[in-house]
Design a binder for this molecule. Sequence first.
Ligand SMILES: [Zn+2]
Length: 348
Amino acid sequence: MATLATRMRNLSSKTRHKVPELEVLRLMAEHNPASCHLQLLDTVSVKQHELPIYAMKIGHADSTKPALALVGGIHGIERIGTEIILAFVRTLLARLRWDDALRAELDEVQLWVLPAMNPSGMWLNSRCNAAGVDLMRNAPVEASTAVPLLLGGQRLSRKLPWFRGIPDQLEPESAALCKFARTHLFPAPFSMVLDCHSGFGFKDQLWFPYACTNQPIEHLAEVYAFHKLLAETYPHNIYTFEPQANVYTTHGDLWDYLYQGALAEGRCFLPLTMELGSWQWVRKNPRQLTQLLGFYHPILPHRLERVLRRHLTFLDFMKDAVRSHANWLPDDDERLSFEAAAQQLWYA
Ligand SMILES: [Zn+2]
């Protein structure tokens, strides 16, 4: 703990300026010691500065409870994902000062946030990390179907986007995420992830594995049950929900890799990716296109606030769904009909 405190104090003023999200997280932990604690997973360096990769646990649920992890910043330039998670954390920490019901809830579900997984990419305002590797193409997973040229992951050059890195070598950020998942998520009786991204689309999308194949995952009935729960609870929700491979296939997806790892251990681990459609805010403010960041992040303050508000309900829903997973996961009687419905909906 001393090492962490020292390292956090040593965050240079330049780091504070370039990646203020790290400072926000540090201050949240410092001001709310009874409600959360910050763990240092690893450090990475960029331009002679050492940057921390943090995981924060909110509440006091022990390792026998189900677990949810909210992940952001894997693509450094897609900062809106980080902002959405930090906005959610801010609300939770404020509530935990007075809300007995929330305190009791967070004794029953492990809530983890890892909002800045790629701090060197955030420093550089780039999608990849400081070594030029796209972390979401970095896992040792080969797609079994054709992938789009370059976008699906490439090993031609680290100067081109979507570079996969060296074969079978996880970048430090990817390794930290995998180690975290194996330590804190896989052992839980049930676990989910929401990994927050933004891309140049029209809609807000939720994707589930696989990215590497058009074949369904083994927990198709469970994913369908989650989708059904969301649709029944929030019939007017804004998300399209589908397997990532229905949008595009890739090599090296970290969630494919971790899903398969959890499956091999007989665990039920469901990672989702949220891909925010940036065209929704770009078309209302085309001047955004004059800044690279504007492709991936709402620039105008009122639009940023709207985006931050827009997803709080869903994050809260995920927390509650994971906590109460036993009440909606399919039983043996439902499994076959859920699988058939999912096949019809997504794979017909
Ligand atoms: Zn992304």
